[in-house]
Design a protein around this ligand. Structure first.
Ligand code: C5P
Length: 303
């Protein structure tokens, strides 16, 4: 395989169509059962061979936090540590996914960096090795490493069953402008439980993941009661999405964005006004029915 000079990949957002929080394990982390669904709303990640060192630049009106803690930078560092080579690299993130939204923006950027670097270096690692780097970076990163736009996941998100994608459906996302840190969300759920997790028997029928009608029957998010208590507008937003015809209306991840999956674009677009009336920012997008493909050495100038 020839060695390209630059690789550009789309880093899609996700929502969790189902998110069950299971028992707290000895290390303090909770086991999860979740269904990830990728969205067309995406950041764009470009990696380009450059002078010695690792330079990260971020474009777009999205707060990505301190650059040294950026997950995309850490992904590049992790990849080069495994490679045993110092980086000589420019990484450009063109942000579109809102931050502090539960939509996996940082995780998706990190996975995109791993995918792009793997391509840039002629695939030096096995899939298992890349997955291991991904889970060390964060719980949502393995899903974004690719393979499927829809997947069932367990553990912290590292045990994945890729599913046949569903037909693309219009999605409206709303964000209240207020963040819910992941650790606070888990703590709030643990406090609300007031004791150890008691197993809840549940069987997930395979056909529930084979159609949007099936998904509507199993969609849930165990974070919602605790997070809605802190950010009450989210409950009203989910009600507004359902009233506007969303077949799935939920919070994304641990918040604080909410989303609705609609049968058609007109219904989605009509849901924008009620969410804005609640003071929310909105994004129109749709679910992905295929994973985006990397562009290698694109003929147009990158960045
Ligand atoms: O993964 P991240 O470091 O963002 O998680 C922040 C905190 O959320 C963890 O320190 C842990 O307390 C909690 N958490 C959890 N179970 C998970 C993921 C995170 O309890 N599966």
């Amino acid at each position: 395989m020839s060695a390209p000079a630059a690789v550009r990949v789309a880093a899609p957002a996700k929502v969790n169509l189902r998110l069950c929080i299971l028992a707290r394990e000895a290390d303090g982390y909770h086991g999860l059962e979740t269904v990830f669904c990728a969205l067309a709303l995406a950041d764009e990640v470009t990696v380009r061979r450059g002078a010695p060192g690792l330079r990260l630049s971020v474009e777009g009106d999205v707060d990505t936090g301190p650059p040294e803690r950026n997950l995309a930078r850490r992904a590049a560092e992790r990849f080069h540590a495994a490679l045993g080579e110092a980086p000589a690299l420019d990484v450009v993130l063109r942000k579109a996914i809102p931050s502090s939204a539960g939509m996996g923006g940082g995780s998706s950027d990190a996975a995109a960096v791993l995918r792009a670097l793997d391509r840039l270096h002629g695939s030096p690692f096995s899939r298992a090795e890349l997955l291991q780097m991904a889970i060390e970076l964060g719980a949502d990163v393995p899903f974004f490493l690719g393979g499927s736009a829809l997947a069932l996941a367990w553990g912290r998100g590292e045990r994945l069953l890729p599913l046949p994608p569903l037909p693309s459906r219009p999605v409206l996302v709303g964000h209240p402008g207020e963040a819910m840190p992941t650790a606070d969300a888990f703590r709030a759920v643990a406090e609300a439980r007031g004791g150890p997790y008691r197993p809840v028997a549940s069987a997930l029928p395979a056909e529930a993941l084979a159609s949007w009608e099936g998904v509507a029957g199993i969609a849930c998010n165990d974070f919602e009661p605790a997070v809605f208590a802190r950010i009450p507008v989210l409950a009203r937003a989910v009600d507004a999405l359902a009233a506007a015809g969303a077949t799935v209306a939920r919070m994304a991840g641990s918040g604080s964005s909410v989303y609705g999956v609609f049968p058609d674009a007109a219904a989605r677009d009509a849901a924008e006004a009620p969410l804005r009336a609640l003071g929310m920012r909105t994004w129109r997008t749709e679910t992905l029915s295929a994973e985006p493909v990397a562009e290698v050495d694109p003929p147009v100038a990158l960045g």
